[in-house]
Design a protein around this ligand. Structure first.
Ligand code: TMP
Length: 205
């Protein structure tokens, strides 16, 4: 099973995943956590280029293609082989981030962006995608208050990030069978409990 977590900045995906992995392993599942962009030596190098605040002149199309380059590598090198071996793969972001950020955020042609994503993934779609949803202002404030990494993507305008969130909500409407929304603006333990419930329901379906 291929599970992806998505969400706007500061939605907490990264802090929840290690606990979900531990929980599932205790239940006997073989779980492989990964993240995007990154998760392989090549993809982590592309991540550094994408997130470097010095690369402020990067064009949206360059950005879109670099995310796909990082993705093509992790899909072939890590995700497909793990899924073929019967493991549960949990990814901190996947191609829906491209649709949300590069598509809706940068207002690029959605059909063209979707075609690129399909090329990069070879059409590999998650079985379950969870949106950790929260207001943009709350998420960005969390990031600054908790001294989390502040990268080139975070530095885009609040309007950009609002379009990203709205894009996610639009995608949920378009594919309600694949997506489940969790309110991330509640106590961390409650979010964790919601995530566990949803994932177990998905795995035992
Ligand atoms: P994060 O690991 O801290 O969530 O940072 C990843 C950043 O990259 C975040 O701002 C979202 C952005 N991103 C895209 O814009 N497009 C993509 O396809 C992916 C995977 C991430």
């Amino acid at each position: 099973m291929f599970i992806t977590l998505e969400g706007p900045e500061g939605s907490g995906k990264t802090s929840h995943i290690p606990y979900l992995v531990e929980y599932l392993r205790e239940k006997g599942y073989v779980v492989f956590p990964t993240r995007e962009p990154g998760g392989t030596t090549i993809s982590e190098q592309v991540r550094d280029i994408l997130h470097d605040l010095k690369n402020a002149e990067m064009q949206p199309r360059t950005e879109t293609l670099l995310y796909q380059a990082a993705r093509a590598q992790i899909v072939e090198q890590v995700i497909k082989p793990r899924l073929d071996a019967g493991e549960v793969v949990i990814s901190d972001r996947y191609y829906d981030s491209t649709i949300a950020y590069q598509g809706y955020g940068h207002q690029q042609d959605l059909e063209q962006v979707r075609a690129l994503v399909k090329y990069a993934t070879g059409g590999l779609t998650p079985d379950l995608t969870i949106l950790l949803d929260l207001e943009i202002e709350v998420g960005l404030k969390r990031k600054t208050q908790n001294e989390m990494e502040w990268n080139r993507m975070d530095a885009y305008t609040v309007e950009f990030h609002k379009r990203v969130r709205n894009g996610y909500l639009e995608m949920v409407k378009q594919e309600p069978k694949r997506w489940v929304v969790v309110n991330s603006n509640q106590k961390w333990d409650n979010v964790q409990a919601d995530l566990k419930k949803i994932i177990i329901a998905g795995l035992t379906k």
